[in-house]
Ligand binder design. Structure first.
Ligand SMILES: Cc1cc2nc3c(=O)[nH]c(=O)nc-3n(C[C@H](O)[C@H](O)[C@H](O)COP(=O)(O)OP(=O)(O)OC[C@H]3O[C@@H](n4cnc5c(N)ncnc54)[C@H](O)[C@@H]3O)c2cc1C
Length: 414
């Protein structure tokens, strides 16, 4: 294989205290909490919208995690006040409108003083004296550089950590396989029978057992008759070029086929109304952090002194070999420690969201959106504290972190 060394002068576009890469649940919350502590904050988002999988991938239902706290609670209060639980320890599973959340997050981040750069993709880490000091970004104007005191990797793929040369893992221990991908879509009740459509390469599903997941899985909680469908399944790792290329095409083929099946089996009046622009990716890479969350931590309900998020979302592993079936196991509730967000072997870089340090099984539980918002919020506060106290991210004062999180309406169960 031939390798090229790519060298180019790149102008500094801006300098910031905290740079967040990726505008999904984790990145949005990290940017908000950092900006609230008076830090100049820039958020880079690869696409034209915030919300990550929730909006981009139409994953428009927040799974219940046993609590509704902090920035996640604020989002519910401001977008779905009728769903806001009275206490912080009730679970809710609201289906939401991804278009409203997309618009809401644009406004919210602007109000919070976060400078969001859309269509801005992380390309590489800049290091000075071995320390992360900024990033190179691909934008609509070509490559730019942004200098930063601390970078928070919320790409979901640990893209920044990997580029910085820090260790990471992918998928299951035994074979590296990750959970499969799913293209979620929406259908709407039109009040009259719709015309059936199946593309030439479509699948004519007759039995439930023939469906890609071997089951019917959808939500219809809104008054307006919107059916949110999670029934496609494509094996592969969404951080690999070949896998994602195949998955985007195969998943769309399945979308038309599943919609056709539903229209013949109980949803005769429902038209296909929304297919998002990209497939949903559940699992890719996990950093190797100062602590790795394990299956045992999750199943034993372990508590940690440096807790930053709590959840009781189940173990939920869609079969990584692409076959039917899902490993679902009840979980009573556990803590995610701060150390899972701190990568080994690199300074000034923190991680939040689904790519924190966790085993394949533990990841399947901690990955849902409310938990990612919670981890992001804690990462923004920790980064801000590290700058104030001029300390390593690994040495952030946990009592100060907890005290600020409490001020930001995060309440931990003992
Ligand atoms: C099919 C599917 C169904 C799911 N079902 C549910 C559910 O029902 N309820 C629930 O709560 N959760 C569900 N989840 C899980 C949840 O949606 C994700 O785990 C969660 O969104 C992860 O949040 P995140 O912020 O870590 O990453 P993501 O949501 O993946 O966001 C990462 C963001 O980073 C951006 N990015 C990536 N690379 C770069 C780069 N190089 N430069 C700049 N930006 C970049 C991306 O564009 C994206 O906006 C589901 C996930 C999938 C895929």
């Amino acid at each position: 294989m031939t390798n090229y060394t790519f060298q180019k002068d790149v102008s500094v576009y801006d300098s910031t205290d905290i740079l967040v890469v990726g505008g999904g649940p984790a990145g949005v919350a990290a940017a908000i909490s950092a900006a609230r502590l008076g830090k100049k904050t820039i958020l880079l988002e690869h696409t034209g919208q915030l919300g990550g999988m929730g909006t981009l991938g139409n994953v428009s239902v927040f799974m219940g995690v046993g609590n509704v706290v902090g920035i996640y609670r604020e989002i519910i209060a401001e977008t779905m006040p009728d769903r806001l639980p009275k206490t912080h320890t009730e679970s809710i599973k609201p289906q939401f409108d991804p278009f409203i959340i997309r618009h809401y997050l644009n406004q919210k981040l602007a109000k919070e003083g976060v400078n969001v750069l859309y269509h801005a993709s992380f390309v590489g880490v800049i290091k000075k004296d071995g320390l992360v000091s900024g990033v190179v970004v691909n934008t609509r104007e070509g490559l730019i550089a942004i200098e930063a005191g601390i970078v928070i990797d919320c790409t979901g793929d640990a893209r920044v950590v990997i580029d910085a040369g820090a260790p990471y893992t992918t998928g299951r221990d035994e074979d590296g396989l990750t959970q499969p991908m799913t293209l979620m879509f929406m259908m709407r009740n039109t009040g009259k029978p719709v015309k059936l459509y199946l593309p030439e390469d479509g699948y004519f599903y007759e039995q439930i057992s023939e469906l890609p997941q071997g089951r019917r899985l959808f939500w219809e909680q809104g008054d307006e008759g919107t059916l949110l469908v999670n029934m496609t399944r494509v094996k592969g790792n969404g951080a690999k070029i070949e896998d994602i290329n195949y998955a985007e095409k195969e998943a769309l083929r399945q979308v038309f086929s599943v919609a056709n099946y539903l229209q013949r089996n109980g949803f005769e009046n429902y038209a296909l109304t929304h297919v998002p622009g990209q497939i949903g990716v559940r699992e890719t890479n996990q950093i190797k952090g100062l602590y790795t969350l394990t299956e045992e931590d999750v199943t034993s309900g372990r508590r940690f002194d440096d807790v930053v998020a709590q959840t009781n979302y189940e173990i939920d592993i869609h079969s990584p070999d692409g076959k039917k079936g899902t490993d679902e196991r009840h979980v009573s509730g556990y803590d995610i420690p701060y150390r899972c967000l701190v990568p080994q072997g690199v300074s000034r870089l923190l991680v939040a969201g689904r790519s924190i340090s966790a085993t394949h099984v533990a990841m399947s539980s901690m990955r849902v959106q409310a938990t990612c918002y919670a981890m992001g919020q804690a990462a923004g506060v920790a980064a801000s504290l590290a700058l104030d106290d001029q300390c390593e991210l690994a040495d952030v004062d946990i009592s100060k972190l907890h005290s600020i999180l409490k001020d930001q309406d995060v309440i931990f169960l003992k």
